[in-house]
Design a protein around this ligand. Structure first.
Ligand code: DGL
Length: 262
């Protein structure tokens, strides 16, 4: 098969990466996408780096054996923990990953105090710490990391409108209400509770890396002559390590919700 017609594989520890998928579909409407959510092993954010690598490697290997033409790691945690090694292991397939959108927040002169919400694992890894140190010294920004233990798994489990989820967002963010100038959503689950986050923090700029990543994926496919030439709209197929019908229904609902917001 001509690789141009192959799918782009997208994965996350669960449904969070669907917030990235909605941007990818908007930016690349003629591509076919295959989305895999590892709900069975969610959350990745409290696992060791070795465990995350092992899970991500299994997913990427399966997609590449299935002839995926590119892979998008729609998970900040897996990108930080595993992307570099995955690129070494599978050098012939483009592997692109999402990272906390700290730079666009820091370069905005109005954003002096920037709150970064992410999983404990993303914030503990050297990749994030090096980026935060370099940006805060270049732009004289105060970067405030907030490890949101439980938030991704609560979004995975609950309805986005559940009282439990709203209470968790409130408890996490109350200390920062009206005290920060911008917030970075450094986990792909969090855009699904963006309105609750901004309700707590106040009407401040909110940054996430999904749009920038989608443009980057488009650039890489263009450079490698891998854009799908089909004239009709591409397809989106969902799959999960949790095979219950309820999970795939949920992915579909979250996809519709995410597409309505991009
Ligand atoms: N959605 C993922 C991220 O962007 C991870 C959430 C989790 O599994 O802890 O980091």
């Amino acid at each position: 098969m001509d690789p141009k017609y192959a799918y782009i594989g997208v994965f996350d520890s669960g449904l969070g990466g669907i917030s990235v998928l909605s941007h990818l579909v908007k930016t690349l409407p003629h591509e076919d996408f295959y989305y895999f959510g590892d709900t069975k092993h969610n959350p990745y954010g409290s696992r060791t780096q070795a465990e995350i690598f092992e899970l991500a490697e299994g997913i990427v290997r399966t997609m590449i054996e299935d002839q995926a033409k590119a892979i998008v790691i729609a998970c900040n945690t897996a990108t930080s923990a595993a992307a570099d090694r995955l690129r070494e292991l599978f050098p012939t397939t483009p592997i692109l990953g999402i990272e906390p959108a700290l730079k666009p927040a820091c370069i905005d002169p109005a954003c002096k105090n920037v709150l970064v919400m992410a999983t404990p694992k993303t914030l503990s890894l050297k990749k994030f710490q090096t980026l935060a140190e370099s940006l805060s010294s270049s732009y004289h920004t105060h970067v405030i990391p907030l490890a949101c233990d439980e938030l991704a798994s609560c979004i995975e489990r609950e309805d986005v409108d559940s009282a439990q989820l709203k209470q968790l967002v409130h408890e996490l963010l109350q200390p920062y209400a009206h005290k920060v100038d911008a917030v970075v959503l450094g986990c792909t689950h969090y855009p699904f509770v963006k309105h609750d986050i901004l309700r707590e923090l106040g009407p401040i700029p909110c940054f996430d890396g999904a749009e920038g990543l989608s443009v980057h994926v488009q650039d890489v496919l263009t450079q490698q002559d891998l854009l799908n030439p089909q004239a009709h709209a591409g397809t989106v197929t969902f799959s999960s390590s949790d095979t219950s019908a309820h999970t795939l229904d949920k992915y579909q609902r979250f996809f519709e919700r995410a597409c309505a917001e991009v």
